[in-house]
Design a protein around this ligand. Structure first.
Ligand SMILES: C[S@@+](CC[C@H](N)C(=O)[O-])C[C@H]1O[C@@H](n2cnc3c(N)ncnc32)[C@H](O)[C@@H]1O
Length: 276
């Protein structure tokens, strides 16, 4: 998100880009609206026969963001497991997983300290907690979790290999990394290579760009109204890009294939050195 600015700065330095992302997300966490709990592009099923997820009351406006979490986290059984979300943002996804998938313990981590404060104030569930920390240096011991979820966050990292190694480290043998994010067509192959080099097995790889585009199309009007109502007039253009409103550069790049939205189910090997 905030792709146009970030893409130009990425060329300068991944560390600088990461710093900018942190500042941006710290700034966004200053928006205290309690009902703004998700910051992803969303997912819409293209199968007319598919039964929509039954949501709790009041959650309908966030349907697409929640459906993205369902698509990613629903890939494996999480009930009774210890689950980590890296890049939890405003906490809606961690809360959804805690309530709908019933892990024994759900922990959300984010590098925006303000976002973590927001999460702690707005998502109070017994099995759910939030920790301030960096995806590239996770504040947890080795083999602490059965699964890690990562939704639309990894494009902000200075080093994807560093994150993948950290995710592998904190997972127990046989644990899952459930990942979804956008990549340019040039970056797609690199991501595959980075995953394999980190010693994670690819169990599922899915291009969900058309589902994400459908969600963005359906949600653009609502998002635009929200932006125009809530943000400073000078920042409306930036927020339209950030939210990938229909007609924005990100939306166009998804439409013409320059950007893809990918989903992976990855697994740490059961025994050291074997990615299977
Ligand atoms: C686009 S938002 C997605 C948030 C959430 N996953 C969702 O779908 O609503 C990206 C999130 O990743 C977080 N993030 C980016 N880089 C990070 C890093 N190095 N470590 C931890 N969190 C990071 C940001 O602070 C932000 O909350």
């Amino acid at each position: 998100m905030l792709i146009s600015l970030a893409t130009r700065l990425a060329a300068l330095s991944p560390r600088f880009r990461k710093l900018l992302w942190r500042r941006w997300y710290q700034y966004l966490a200053g928006y205290r609206m309690a009902d703004w709990q998700f910051m992803n592009y969303g997912y819409a099923s293209l199968d007319p026969g598919e039964k929509p997820l039954a949501l709790e009351s009041g959650e309908e406006p966030d349907r697409h963001a929640i459906e993205l979490y369902q698509r990613v986290a629903g890939a494996v059984e999480l009930e009774g497991r210890e689950v980590l979300e890296v890049g939890c943002g405003r906490g809606g996804g961690s809360s959804f997983i805690a309530r709908y998938h019933r892990p024994r313990r759900m922990t959300g981590v984010d590098f925006s300290a303000k976002a973590i404060r927001f999460c702690r104030e707005h998502h109070r569930l017994e099995a759910l907690s939030f920790v301030h920390g960096d995806a590239e240096a996770l504040p947890f011991g080795d083999a602490s979790f059965d699964a890690a979820v990562n939704v639309e966050s990894s494009h902000c990292y200075a080093s994807m290999p560093a994150f993948l190694l950290e995710a592998r480290r904190v997972l127990r043998p046989g644990g899952y990394l459930l990942l979804a994010d956008l990549r340019s067509s040039a970056e797609r192959e690199r991501l595959r290579r980075e995953i394999t080099q980190a010693g994670l097995a690819i169990l599922e790889e899915e291009d969900i760009t058309s589902n994400v585009l459908a969600a963005l199309r359906e949600d653009s009007e609502r998002r635009l109204a929200l932006i125009e109502r809530s943000v400073n007039r000078r920042l409306v253009g930036t927020f339209k890009e950030f939210a990938a409103i229909a007609g924005s550069r990100v939306f166009e790049e998804f439409s013409d294939g320059r950007l893809s939205y990918l989903r992976y189910t990855l697994r740490k090997p059961q025994s050291a050195g074997v990615a299977a």
